[in-house]
Design a binder for this molecule. Structure first.
Ligand SMILES: [Ca+2]
Ligand SMILES: [Ca+2]
Ligand SMILES: [Ca+2]
Ligand SMILES: [Ca+2]
Length: 420
């Protein structure tokens, strides 16, 4: 009997410890304090944003209201020339969005569960002419890809990426790191705590992804639950660098060196995909980020001090919506300049986050360098939001980029109806 009790109390204890671990991994106490400070000092700004009207520039299509994935992708999976929508283990066939299953899955409870699909990417991995689907699972797990069975029926074959590298950092980037025209995955390596990129196979018929390191081991931005990473040329030396919240890794021509030098800098709070662009048009590249689990969208102005040291000054761009756990750049309005798209990760932690009762807003910013405040906010929708990645693609062939999102609210397509 005693043994039984001990066993039970051990279960209770480990349960408590697990909850503590999870809570501290996601803990935002410090951020919350800052959010409240910002809310207090920006009441007028928040009121303005709240009263903002939907732009009416996008036509919304509800693909499903089921929570099946927080990642989303597009790909022509049945090779009929029309782009289909992928959300986790399901794909929706254009043009009527008929649902198909790649492998057994189910609908998840948005108030209690995470799905097993955090970010998605559509690409022809083995280059057999049929698009495949890459899935990034829960933080720290290895990614995998589903091989398109072509016309054959049955389950899609699952292949693990790059010798099971545990993908760390919650906003891995789908970025062409080596410039060969194929998208790679920029992320952290969970075990080595190193900034790495995973490269898809090069030759047709090859299946294996390769892992290459950019930074040294045990560096910032590489914990399982690290928030925020991006790729761009910070110091304008012609080589793209990696930014994380804690600073930036100086890029060189060698993308396999594993020795990129780290420069500490303050790039704000826990955030989603970090974007590098010259916001104010002063010739120096700045960084735009959005809070992953609290409230705030910021631009971090690059300022070079007298010693030539690169620092950043953080400016609040918006506090319209919280939990902006993904972002992407795309030229939505056709002015030749890329815009910033983000949205609320609806019920990010099942209702335990600041701003949970706010509507599921999807929004974008155009940039107006040279003219303060250097950006303009537009709200697309208030009953969707965004998941852990956002996909932009011309889905209807009118040459304008459309937006696709998947989160705990469902899966949605937003067709761009803006006139140039
Ligand atoms: Ca298709
Ligand atoms: Ca590549
Ligand atoms: Ca650089
Ligand atoms: Ca600048």
């Amino acid at each position: 009997m005693k043994a039984r009790i001990d066993l039970n109390s051990r279960y209770v204890l480990s349960g408590v410890l697990l909850v503590c671990c999870l809570t501290s991994a996601y803990s935002q106490d410090k951020s919350l304090f800052k959010v409240r400070q910002q809310q207090a000092s920006n009441t007028a700004q928040r009121a303005d944003a709240k009263s903002a009207i939907l732009s009416n520039d996008f036509k919304k299509t509800e693909i499903t209201r089921d929570f099946i994935s927080e990642g989303v992708a597009v790909a022509d999976l049945n090779k009929d020339g029309k782009m289909d929508i992928v959300a986790g283990y399901y794909w929706f066939e254009a043009p009527n969005w008929t649902r198909h299953e790649m492998a057994p899955s189910r609908v998840y409870d948005p108030r209690k569960e995470y799905s097993d699909s955090f970010l998605n990417l559509g690409m022809d991995v083995n280059q057999d002419g049929w698009d495949d689907v890459v899935i990034i699972d829960f933080p720290g797990k290895p990614g995998f890809w589903f091989e398109n069975p072509k016309k054959a029926a049955g389950e899609w074959k699952k292949h693990i990426l790059a010798d099971s590298v545990g993908i760390a950092n919650e906003s891995p980037g789908f970025i062409d790191i080596d410039g060969d025209g194929r998208l790679d995955i920029l992320c952290g390596d969970k075990d080595k705590k190193q900034i790495v990129w995973l490269k898809p196979p090069v030759k047709p018929g090859e299946m294996e992804w390769q892992r290459f390191a950019l930074s040294k081991e045990n560096v910032p931005g590489t914990d399982i639950f690290s928030h925020g990473i991006g790729y761009g040329d910070v110091n304008k030396d012609g080589f793209n660098d990696v930014v994380v919240r804690e600073g930036w890794y100086e890029g060189t021509t060698d993308k396999k060196a594993g020795n990129w030098v780290f420069h500490p800098a303050n790039l704000g709070e826990n955030c989603s995909h970090m974007q590098i662009l010259d916001v104010n048009g002063d010739g120096k590249n700045d960084v735009v980020s959005a809070s992953a689990h609290a409230l705030g969208i910021w631009w971090h102005e690059q300022i070079v001090d007298e010693q030539g040291q690169i620092n950043f000054k953080t400016h609040l761009m918006s506090n319209t919506t919280a939990q902006t756990h993904s972002s992407i750049m795309a030229d939505l309005n056709g002015d030749g300049r890329k815009d910033y798209i983000t949205g609320k990760r609806f019920l990010a932690h099942h209702g335990r986050d600041p701003g949970d009762s706010d509507p599921g807003i999807l929004l974008w910013f155009e940039f107006t360098p040279g003219k303060e405040p250097y950006y303009k906010e537009h709200i697309i929708d208030n009953d969707s939001g965004a998941g852990l990645n956002i996909t932009v693609h011309d889905m209807n062939g009118d040459k304008k980029p459309d937006i696709v999102i998947a989160n705990k609210n469902g899966v949605f397509l937003f067709e761009n109806k803006m006139k140039k």
